[in-house]
Design a protein around this ligand. Sequence first.
Ligand code: AGP
Length: 607
Amino acid sequence: MCGIVGYVGYRDCSDVLVKALSKLEYRGYDSAGIAVFDEGKIKVVKSKGRLADLEKKMLKQGALKGTAGIGHTRWATHGEPSDRNSHPHSGARVTIVHNGIIENYREIKEYLQRHDVKFISDTDTEVVAQLLDYNYNGDPLATIVKTVEKLEGSFALGIVFADFQDTVYAIRRESPLIVGVGKDENFIASDVPAILKYTKDYYLLEHDEIAVLSKTGVEIFDINLEKIEKELKTADWDMDAAEKGGYEHFMIKEIHEQPTAIKTTINPRIQNGLPDLTECGITIDTLREFKQIFVVACGTAMHAGMVGKYTIESLARVPVIVDIASEFRYRQPLVGEGDLVIIISQSGETADSLAAMRLAKKLGAKTLAIVNAKGSSIAREADMLIYTHAGPEIAVASTKAYTVQVAVMYLFAFLLAFAKGTIDEDECKRLTKLLSDTPKIIEKSLDKTKKITQFVSTKLIACDSLMYIGRGLDYALSMEGSLKLKEISYIHSESYAAGELKHGTISLITDGMPVIAVATQPHLFEKTISNIKEVKARGAKTIVICTDGFNVTDDVADYIITVPKTDDILMPLLAAIPMQLIAYYTSVNKGNDVDKPRNLAKSVTVE
Ligand code: AGP
């Protein structure tokens, strides 16, 4: 987590760093800080709280003047959010910002303490700053190499040495880092949106590569200090993609971007009416080989995998095990040759998902990554790769990344079923056509459900706890609805398989407790209605999300939200919309910080 930036050029560095950090705040926002070469000295200003708090402090103290420096926005891991623990951290001659976790920091700290080095923070990062200072021999590159040799864990570091004015050094291992290249100015950043205002050209640093940035150029070295040439990439996002564009929050903007995101993701992968994933390394022949599929991911991405499971199993008749990445990696999974492991990740940097993928590869399985962030670690290391084209997702609560992941799971499931011969070409074409029609229907669903979800949210703001229920695909979707609501509204919520409630959880239902039931699957409809009646009989206020034309009577539902109809299997794409809107409006009505919910960060690069 955490976002790091660095700048060397001709502009007011403080201003560039703060603007760049504002585009990375989604990575962490409990404190922020910058260090700038100001009149020949490295000066630091940092503050607990949001970037806005740092800006206030800068106004009060007087801005740092200079054209080179580094900056940081933090999601605390080691040490509480406080001024003292905020980055940058310094030794006597060196100042750094860090994203990642140094696993052996205690050991190094004790070693340095035995050599009379004093520490002022609780962070693992200060240990790196002090070790750099301890190893410093007047040669920054040699010092960096000597220091990182001792580090275990993950890091992207922005480093400035007091003796080397207006030069920014950077190195990464595991944590992402790009080097932006402009005219007479260069940048480092954890993610592309930070530099888009200034340049679209960038290098992707690989593990243990070191970048040296001056105003006039960028040099990149490997860990043996051999100079290397790298391919200059060009970002295909424009500035608007990383701005709110007139919407009040990124989340609602991203909810509205879903039809386009789905179109852009699936249309290029349809040829002659059939899914075509050959450019992703997936052919009919490869698909025929797989006997068992694992979908491994975290949070929302894992929920997209649940929709994939129900779809693949029912259409292609191939067993699918959905695993939480942090469980998969430590439970000695029975994975091996002949298995396919699908890793789903918006950021492509989630530590547990990346580690799970590496484990799957080690065990002999083939890996397929479904990833949104271009060039991310998961994207680069997977055997096969399907990029989702959602564009940058800034709101911490994932919306468009989820629906594009689900759309890709559908494409994959249709192709797999066709490859396995469990559906014929006509059926595959029919389903693919319906999938490509969903963006239009989602637009309708957005219009249709806006008012009612706004209204329903007013009924939720006062409650402490609620429940989401559903069966089959509706259950898979209700997991996501529940997560969305709790992460941004702070209302406790659980999702439950509707038929499982009576085995214990129904005892939680009290008078007036809201229960959101999803009922879009005709073959499960009557069963779900019975389960809704069971909770209603125990006092629950029921909100039923169902397909247009389903007969839900007033004695079953206190509020009914209907979504347009498509093939049953595709209904999660449509029913996801009111789920997202309910979460959004509840958070807005509670006055919460919708895009940056407490305790969370967008990219979870720690275990
Ligand atoms: C979604 O709203 C979450 N904030 C979170 O669950 C997220 O989906 C999860 O951390 C996985 O992230 P990834 O897709 O970047 O791997």
